[in-house]
Write a protein of this length. Structure first.
Length: 568
């Protein structure tokens, strides 16, 4: 494509009827006053949309308008233009067409930027028009910072080899912290983790290398491998940030700290543990600007959501949420608290640790080292006249019994328990030594849940089942299996080529009806299990996972993974 001609954006938009002459005059006056670009002023004033401006420019230039939300450029094309230049020139290499490079520009009227692109790429350019907001989101998405992390790790390794006596400089103790090698490396790791929506960062010293891994949608991915020499510097810096004892390397330590990246406040929980080759560190990342989920947004099946709301609206009794670590139990309970949190109710939580901060709620952090245990805090909490009590986890018989007595004396108690499914939860409490009458009279409902990965909407395609997947689905659906065409994700820039983006819970629910209460009181676990299965028939975790497969939300492989966990 030839170099585009100079275009007067305002005149073009008036000519195409997208803005009026009066609106253009107002925008030009605002542009002179603030110095902002005319297009941004028009959009912010509500006179025209970004898509409207981009479509008008594309029409005038005879170029394509490309919606980057539906476009998946390949890494080999992206790498032709460095990220810094892509941001500066508001441009992105999208592919090749007719022997030319297809380049998306947010502002094709910027002829100087076009000339710089031609000089940098040294190829003929086929220009396409994109919106600026989509372009910036795409740049955040497609440019991996793996190489930058590698480079910073190598730089830190070299610095530690060259100036071993100036360890304080490396950690940012004696110089500007933002310029210290360790700080720059950690900031880049945090920024990449935030961009990829990682829930955890693992820093693991091995015999010959330092491994940094991210947990994304429940699965660990290797981010980088570095020289093991830098492990000590990273761990020391993280301990300083979280107020841990830097001289103690033989015992595990837990802490937390807060940072702000790209205007996003992050609450980071840190756990260090001594291993054979050094201290391993795991950090849990909690973005504080996302807000608490509403129950309506958890995507519970309607019949479960209705019954769950009915249970938490009762004035007394226990509602338990069960599942393995990392299955979203705390998210579900806090969505419930968010709905129950009104000025008329006093709510106290007893947690270890406090993961979410909710205004209007009295939250207590358990601290075992000073004997501030679940049971001790819970006894004190009940003397504070609460209406609702959340117990982070029923870890032992004493805590469970205190919670159940509270439920039997007019309090609503919400808590979690680590069990395989809903049906085994009352049996687990009996095994812990909780009296049978307490289990029968206090439990109102048990909600079990698991998290499955959700197929990326941008690369979802029909999928031909493998023989074992077809057989598994046939057991669940019978002859109807061939009338459904499951989906899977091919992998694209939107999902870091995993085929999945985000997670969703699957649920099952057990209500303690009079029939089940009588079965518990009779002390016959086989009778209880049989009656429970009858109540939950067709509404189990496995069936809910199959429901998501049929809805195109997850894959058969993910549903099978849930099934395997339940069978263990």
């Amino acid at each position: 494509m030839a170099r585009p001609e100079k275009i007067r954006l305002g005149d073009l938009l008036v000519q195409q009827g997208l803005v009026t002459a009066e609106q253009l005059k107002l925008a030009l006056d605002e542009q002179k006053r603030t110095g902002r670009k005319l297009g941004r002023v028009l959009v912010d004033s509500g006179f025209v949309t970004e898509e409207g401006i981009s479509t008008a420019l594309a029409r005038q230039l005879g170029a394509d308008f490309i919606d980057l939300r539906q476009f998946n450029p390949k890494p080999e094309h992206i790498s032709l233009l460095p990220e810094t230049q892509a941001r500066r020139l508001r441009s992105l290499v999208l592919g090749e067409r007719a022997g030319m490079l297809l380049v998306g520009m947010a502002d094709p009227t910027d002829l100087a930027a076009f000339d710089d692109l031609a000089r940098l790429l040294k190829r003929d350019i086929d220009l396409a028009v994109v919106t600026e907001s989509q372009l910036l989101a795409a740049i955040d998405r497609v440019y991996s910072r793996t190489e930058e992390i590698h480079g910073l790790a190598r730089e830190l390794t070299a610095d530690m080899s060259d100036v071993p006596a100036e360890f304080g400089n490396l950690l940012g103790l004696t110089t500007g912290a933002e310029d210290a090698p360790v700080v720059r490396l950690l900031n880049t790791v945090f920024e990449e983790a935030l961009k990829l929506h990682a829930s955890d960062i693992h820093i693991e010293p091995q015999e010959k290398s330092l491994l940094i891994r991210f947990r994304i949608d429940g699965v660990l991915h290797i981010q980088t491998e570095a020289d093991t020499k830098i492990a000590t510097a990273l761990v020391l810096r993280l301990k300083l940030m979280s107020g841990l004892d830097i001289s103690e390397k033989r015992l595990p330590q837990d802490g937390r700290f807060n940072i702000k990246l790209r205007d996003v406040p992050l609450d980071i929980r840190i756990s260090s543990m001594p291993t054979q080759h050094g201290e391993s560190v795991v950090m849990r990342l909690l973005a504080q600007n996302t807000g608490l989920l509403q129950l309506d947004r958890l995507r519970m099946p309607p019949h479960i959501l209705e019954r769950f709301r009915h249970a938490i609206a009762r004035p007394s009794g226990i509602v338990l949420v069960t599942g393995p670590t990392g299955s979203g139990k705390t998210t579900t309970l806090y969505a419930a608290l968010n709905e129950l949190n009104t000025p008329e109710k006093k709510i106290i939580t007893v947690e270890d640790p406090v993961e979410y901060r909710l205004p209007g709620i009295n939250q207590v952090q358990v601290h075992e080292k000073i004997d501030l245990s679940f049971s001790r805090v819970l006894r004190s909490a009940l003397r504070q006249d609460p209406d609702i009590v959340l117990i982070g986890e029923m870890r032992d018989q004493e805590t469970a019994e205190i919670g159940m007595r509270a439920a039997m004396t007019g309090h609503l108690v919400l808590s979690t328990l680590h069990t395989n499914d809903a049906l085994s939860t009352p049996i687990r409490l009996l095994d812990m030594g909780v009296p049978r009458y307490m289990v029968a009279l206090s439990i109102q409902m048990v909600l079990a849940q698991r998290l499955v990965r959700v197929i990326c909407e941008n690369c979802a395609v029909p999928y031909t089942l493998l023989p074992h997947e077809h057989e598994w689905l046939r057991i669940e659906l019978g002859d109807q299996v061939d009338s459904h065409r499951p989906l899977h994700g091919q992998g694209c820039s939107h999902c870091a080529n995993t085929g999945y983006k985000g997670r969703q819970a699957v649920y099952e629910m057990l209500e303690m009806t009079n029939t089940l209460v009588e079965a518990v009181n009779r002390g016959d676990p086989n009778e209880f299990m049989a009656l429970g299965r009858e109540q939950m028939a067709g509404h189990t975790l496995r069936r809910d996972a199959v429901r998501l497969v049929l809805a195109g939300r997850t894959t058969v492989n993910e549903a099978m993974r849930i099934s395997t966990q339940l069978d263990e």
